[in-house]
Write a protein that binds this ligand. Structure first.
Ligand code: G1P
Length: 303
């Protein structure tokens, strides 16, 4: 195996989900469904489609549903088998075979940097990916696969980037960089959630990273930063001083499903694309957008 093979991915999932309260009071935000699949399954599927074999999910209190989701569900499988629902049965079984899953508990929500550090022993001395499940990337070539491709060529950390409107920079880690090829940047600095006036650019880190193991000793020394949390961005800034770091503009449609509006937009787009729901849902939306006097009456349908 080449030492530039990326086989492991970390998916941080210990956050409190405060942006979705009260829905996330007792259920993990990672389990909110986009149409019929929980958000975290999209992240896992992107990782697997990018060649990842081992998935390390960083969990915390109240997140058991995530482990259950990626485990076998023997009673459910028996039931589906008994009632002849073969297609649903194979879909359900497939979930537990997607990858090798490992779970690490982060006992306190100390920040993204700390969550990644929790995976150190399981990662060991090899490069790895980080996927933030709030960001859904819909692309013909999976977002993470685009980064891994660049990593294999450049052999330095690669961050997934997209341009964001200038007034939105304070929601992201923002890079200072210089362009070295179409869509590829050499990262020279990073700042976590800057005020628009302090932002070095409008190129935002969008929740996909390929990192070398050298990030771990840096994370261990990183002090709490923005919002009192140990920030991955701060550790990356240190890493960029020591070794080359790249930013790749990911090609694809990105949805910030960690935000209520972004989540609704993603739901609508994925529902419209869904072969069994899309046509009826599209009709409904078109009718709904007409002025109220011109709408057809729609019957509520029984599932
Ligand atoms: C995190 C990172 C930030 C990044 C963002 C992408 O922030 O800290 O650098 O730009 O994810 O979604 P969060 O949204 O978790 O506050």
């Amino acid at each position: 195996m080449s030492r530039f093979e990326v086989r492991k991915a970390v998916i941080p999932a210990a956050g409190l989900g405060t942006r979705f309260l009260p829905a996330t009071k007792a259920s993990p935000k990672e389990m909110l469904p986009l149409v019929d699949k929980p958000l975290i399954q999209y992240a896992v599927e992107e990782a697997v489609a990018s060649g990842i074999e081992d998935i390390i999910i960083i969990t915390g209190r109240g997140k058991r549903a995530i482990e259950d989701h990626f485990d076998r569900s023997v009673e459910l499988e028996e039931n589906l088998k008994g009632s002849g629902k073969a297609q649903l049965l194979s879909q359900i079984r497939h979930i537990s075979t997607l990858a090798n899953f490992c779970y690490v508990r982060q006992s306190e929500a100390l920040g993204l940097g700390h969550a990644v550090l929790c995976a150190q022993r399981l990662i060991g001395d090899e490069p790895f990916a980080v996927i933030l499940g709030d960001e859904i990337i819909d692309a013909p070539v999976p977002g993470l696969a685009q980064l891994i491709h660049a990593y294999k060529k450049r052999h330095g950390a690669v961050l997934g980037l997209q341009e964001v409107p200038h007034h939105d920079v304070s929601r992201y880690g923002i890079v200072a960089s210089r362009t070295i090829a179409a869509g590829l940047h050499r990262v020279e600095g990073l700042i976590e959630k800057p005020a628009p006036a302090e932002a070095p650019s409008n190129l935002a880190v969008i929740g996909r990273y390929v990192l070398p193991p050298e990030i771990f000793p840096i994370l261990r020394k990183t002090q709490p930063g923005k919002n009192g949390e140990i920030q991955l961005t701060d550790a990356l800034r240190e890493l960029a001083k020591k070794s080359p770091m790249y930013g790749l503009e990911i090609q694809g449609q990105r949805y910030d499903a960690g935000d209520k509006l972004g989540f609704l937009i993603a739901t609508i787009e994925f529902a419209l694309k869904n072969p069994s729901l899309g046509p009826d849902f599209g009709d409904y939306l078109q009718n709904r957008m007409r002025p109220s006097g011109e709408r057809r009456t729609t019957r509520s349908r029984k599932a």
